[in-house]
Ligand binder design. Structure first.
Ligand code: PRT
Ligand code: ZN
Length: 225
C-alpha cells in the first residue's frame, strides 16, 4: 500500500547505483525492510517508502511528481530531460545533491583500426548509443554531421557487427572498450549519481523530513573525505 503522507524515494532496484544508494540511506538513519521482487519497500523507523525500479524510470517518476526524491546518474537524468523537452513533456526537477558514487564518463569510442584525427573523423559516420539525446546535442554543438544509431544494449559490439562505425557509451575503467578492440576518442559528458527532488513544493511534513535528511547526507560525505 502506498500512503501519500510518506516521502517516496525512487532507487534503482538492481545495478550499479543500487547498493551505494541504499547504503547512503542506511547511513543517514533510514531503516528499511526490503523484500525481494517487490516494487515498494517501507522504512521501519521513518515515514519513507522506496520505489525500487529500473534506473531509466527514475527521472520520469520524479519529473511526473510520482516520486518525491530519486537517486539517479546524471547521464540518465540529462538524457531523459532532453528527451522530454523534445516531446514537450514535463522535464523539471530540483537538484538536491551531487553524490560521490556512480562516477563514469560518456565517450565516443572507435575500433582500434579507425584513424581518428579529431571530430571531423565522425563526419557522415554512424555512432551506436543508448544516449541518442546527449550524443545529438554534442554533435550539434560541434557541427558534426553523424547519425546516432539507438541500441539499448550490446553497444560495444556494434562496430564489429557492422551496425555502426563508432560507439558512444559509458566508460569507467576502460576495460570493456579494450576487450572489444575499441579505444576512447573523446569524452562528451561526465556523470555521477545525484539526488533529485520533484519540482514544486513538497507537503510540509515531507519537506521537514527532507530538511533533516540532507544535512545528514552532507555529514556522511564529509566524514568520507
Ligand atoms: O536495470 P537498470 O536499467 O536499472 O540498469 P542499467 O543496466 O541501465 O544500469 P547500470 O546498473 O549498469 O548502471 C546504472 C548507472 O551507473 C549508469 O546510468 C551510470 O550512471 C552509472 N555507471 C557508472 C555506469 C558505469 N559506471 C559503467 N561502467 N553504468 C554503466 N557502465 C557500463 C558501461 O555501459 C559499459 O558497458 O560498464 C561498461 C564499461 O565499464 P568499464 O569499467 O569496462 O569501462
Ligand atoms: Zn537502465
Amino acid at each position: 500500500m502506498t500512503d501519500s503522507t510518506r516521502l517516496r524515494i525512487a532507487v534503482q532496484k538492481k545495478g550499479r547505483l543500487s547498493d551505494e544508494s541504499l547504503k547512503l540511506l542506511k547511513a543517514i538513519g533510514v531503516k528499511l525492510s526490503i523484500r525481494d521482487r517487490l516494487l515498494i519497500a517501507h522504512s521501519t523507523n521513518l515515514p519513507i517508502d522506496l520505489l525500487l525500479v529500473r534506473d531509466d524510470d527514475i527521472p520520469g517518476l520524479v519529473m511526473d511528481g510520482i516520486a518525491d526524491l530519486g537517486f539517479i546518474g546524471e547521464n540518465e537524468l540529462e538524457e531523459k530531460m532532453l528527451e522530454r523537452q523534445a516531446a514537450n513533456e514535463p522535464a523539471e526537477y530540483q537538484l538536491l545533491k551531487r553524490l560521490e558514487y556512480g562516477g563514469c564518463r560518456l565517450s565516443i569510442a572507435v575500433p582500434n583500426e579507425f584513424d581518428y584525427k579529431g571530430l571531423e573523423s565522425f563526419e557522415g559516420k554512424r555512432i551506436a548509443t543508448t544516449y541518442p539525446q546527449l550524443l545529438k546535442r554534442y554533435l550539434q554543438e560541434n557541427n558534426v554531421n553523424a547519425s546516432p544509431v539507438m541500441l539499448t544494449g550490446s553497444v560495444e559490439v556494434a562496430p564489429r557487427a557492422g551496425i555502426a562505425d563508432a560507439i558512444c557509451d559509458l566508460v569507467s575503467t576502460g576495460a570493456t572498450l579494450e576487450a572489444n578492440g575499441l579505444y576512447e576518442a573523446i569524452e562528451i559528458f561526465q556523470s555521477k549519481a545525484v539526488l533529485i527532488q520533484k519540482d514544486g513544493a513538497l507537503e510540509e511534513n515531507k519537506q521537514e523530513l527532507v530538511d533533516t535528511l540532507l544535512p545528514r547526507i552532507n555529514g556522511v560525505m564529509q566524514a568520507k573525505e
